[in-house]
Design a protein around this ligand. Sequence first.
Ligand code: HEM
Length: 429
Amino acid sequence: MAEDSPLDGILPETESDSNCDDAIDWWSILSDKTFLENPYSELRRLQAKGPVHFDRKNGIYFVLGHKAFARVSKSSAMGRDTRNWTGGWNSEDYRQHDPVGYMLFSEFQPQMINSDGEEHKRMRKVYEPAFRAQAMSQLEPLIADQASRLLAAMPDKGEIDFIEAFAAPLPLRVLCELFDIPESLDDTISRWSASLIRIGDILMTPEQKSEAMEALAEFKDFLRQQIKERENNNEDNLMGLAIQAQKNGTLDEEETLTNLVSMLVAGHETTVTLIGNGMLLLLSNPDELARLRSDPGLTRTAIEEFLRMEPGGNMILRVAREDFDVEGVTIPKGAPVIGLIGAINRDPGRFENADVLDIARPANAQFTFGGGAHFCIGAPLARLEAQIAFSRFLEKYPQIELAGEPEWRLDRMNARGLGRLPVKVKAVA
Ligand code: HEM
């Protein structure tokens, strides 16, 4: 076992030798700061060794090939319910090994992303209406209004941190509007989100687990109170859908609260990274920025290309519900599988000139939103926010250039986003 393995000492020994190279220390690689700063050459090196790997130390299967991940992510044999993970977060072995971690993952368990089959469908259905095309077109003016407010507060000329001034506040404001949560709580929600998003890292320190546990308890208390105060308002928003589902018995209280927490966490930083990483890609590829300016109709395909080239999340989890064969490897029932999206989205077997930004790339089958039954429910919202963000920002500033070194956040394994992006801007005279 790796010294700091999340499952150190609790996994059963396995006989599997298929695609297993013990010289690869997966967790050391994935948490290494140089890797987090720029993972792509290392991912390409690992991908060249094969599309599916077994990490014997941790009992985890890593998928790096596009074709393999398309099968893994979409098959009903591969679920997302962590209760099926042998020796994993929700198991008795794990409880004995790490009681705080066990408590955290149990509290975070009852939600759509952690369930399969009918249970998953029941929960997902509650929120689906909020992300349909009609709901999105109703949201458009609200997002545009938030973008305009932020742009109005920026200088016509000078230097700004694109993340702080625009990419970070826009998705948070939009989400809080969707939940009807006042602006005065933005900092609190951001703090809770930052602690909870680390659950996606899979590898967490004991301090991070305790911090996440505290944030989760505070977040749930806050939402419990909100639901109580607003239960008879018949609100036409995400909170309204949740309240209705709890009232009519579709969701129990824990499911209502955990899904709401997750939605607020999942919908925030991910969209910040899409807007931030996309802007850095454009600034690093001035010809593509000029191409987008001369043909704003390419905004939609440009967003898909940003998602492909710089996915905000690095890992997508599955748990085998039954033995599953993929690319000559048998993944046994109960085993966890992690798709490494940075490799999958740049698989040269699927994408021509995979490392080159092409804002008009046709048939862009990127996997940043996952696949199959768990495909990101918020994808239409994230796409719309990004489209509005780029259109409005480029419209206000005909001149944009990098004004210093961008700073990647290197404190997370499963989130690749910028902490700072200094840019020099000049508005229309
Ligand atoms: C660029 C922004 C976003 C990215 C990259 C992203 C990424 C993902 C990924 C990778 C998954 C798991 C898919 C899988 O396992 O196959 C997911 C699921 C989910 N996302 Fe997003 N997401 C984003 C924005 C949002 C937004 C805006 C919301 C809501 C407001 C949201 C809510 C959710 C929920 C609730 C799930 C669970 C869906 C299910 O299990 O059925 N996400 N997202």
